[in-house]
Design a protein around this ligand. Structure first.
Ligand code: GDP
Ligand code: ZN
Length: 293
């Protein structure tokens, strides 16, 4: 039986990409029985009726599942931040990183609008980029205006399902357009697809960009730590998690515990203090969260 990936779901049809052909498929009763609703991003087994049409027989096990936008098997999130307009914020970046790490999605940090920076701002951004690279992240500096650094994203997209994430106005649609001029999406258009207001129910589609698939709707529109529990926070900060192997106490939260390797790393400059400050802020936020019943 042929297999493929759902790249679009619309009006009861699933569009399954099989090599380079798209087959329009219907679901069959099996899904209702197993309570599975096929999602964009699902790997499926289907039966072809002809070249263009078929039936989905089976949905393969998912690696993960995003709620907004509803996509399965997301490999990575391109976290788009502008260097300026709006100003780059490590607090917001760390918040996105925690949410992405928590969902077992690989983050790639992309700081764009580099053409708008003055010398001082440019130096600052380079500095932050180094900090995050040291923490283990891939960081790209781009400009959709001059196209500087844009092509460097292609190898990351290859063979993966990616979602773009980031505040409104940071340059996500401009970046997608720079990556794929054939798309010719007006920036305003995509911005209104952001999953806000009247467009919240808009369908999601995976579009081919380079050799990869990219969701046409940005992800992580909610930045609340709804499902994250206190012990999870450590693995959502891989640099802190790594350091914590040397903490005296297992399960050290790096607060008042003695012989804490994280605190020692801040003292000797190995860990930027802002990362730890954000860790503490998020920890408090989780502690203060009202229990959900
Ligand atoms: P989105 O809301 O994240 O999709 O952001 P847009 O792509 O719509 O960009 C917001 C505004 O920033 C638009 O006016 C873009 O023209 C502008 N912009 C985006 N990227 C760049 C860039 O790299 N350089 C410059 N100079 N302007 C940019
Ligand atoms: Zn510790």
């Amino acid at each position: 039986m042929p297999e493929g990936k759902i790249i679009k779901a619309l009006s009861g049809f699933y569009y399954v990409l099989n090599e380079s052909e798209t087959v329009q498929c219907r679901g069959r009763g099996v899904f209702r029985k197993n309570k599975i609703t096929p999602l964009v991003g699902d790997e499926v087994v289907f039966q072809a009726e002809n070249d263009k049409e078929g039936y989905i027989l089976e949905v393969k096990e998912r690696k993960n599942e995003l709620v907004r936008p509803p996509i399965a098997n997301v490999d990575q999130a391109i976290l788009v931040f502008s260097a300026v307009e709006p100003d780059f914020s490590t607090a917001l970046l760390d918040r996105f990183l925690v949410l992405v790490e928590f969902n077992h999605i690989k983050p790639i940090i992309c700081i764009t609008k580099m053409d708008l920076t003055n010398a001082k701002q440019n130096k600052e951004i380079q500095h932050y980029a180094e900090d995050y690279r040291k923490a283990g992240y891939d960081v790209l500096l781009t400009s959709s205006e001059t196209e500087e650094g844009v092509k460097e994203l292609f190898p990351y997209l290859e063979g993966e399902i990616s979602v773009f994430a980031g505040q409104s106005g940071v340059g996500k649609s401009s970046l997608l357009n720079a990556l794929n001029p054939d798309l010719d999406l007006r920036t305003d258009d995509i911005s209104s697809h952001l999953g806000r207001g009247k467009h919240t129910t808009r369908h999601v589609e995976l579009i081919k960009v380079g050799q990869g698939l990219v969701a046409d709707t940005p992800g992580f529109s909610s930045l609340e730590f709804m499902d994250i529990e206190i012990p999870d926070l450590n693995f959502c900060f891989p640099d802190i998690e790594k350091l914590s192997e040397e903490c005296k106490f297992r399960g050290c939260l790096h607060m008042a515990e003695p012989k804490c390797a994280v605190k020692a790393a801040i003292e000797n400059g190995e860990l930027p203090s802002y990362r730890y400050e954000h860790y503490k802020t998020f920890l408090q936020e989780i502690k203060d969260r009202k229990p959900r019943y």
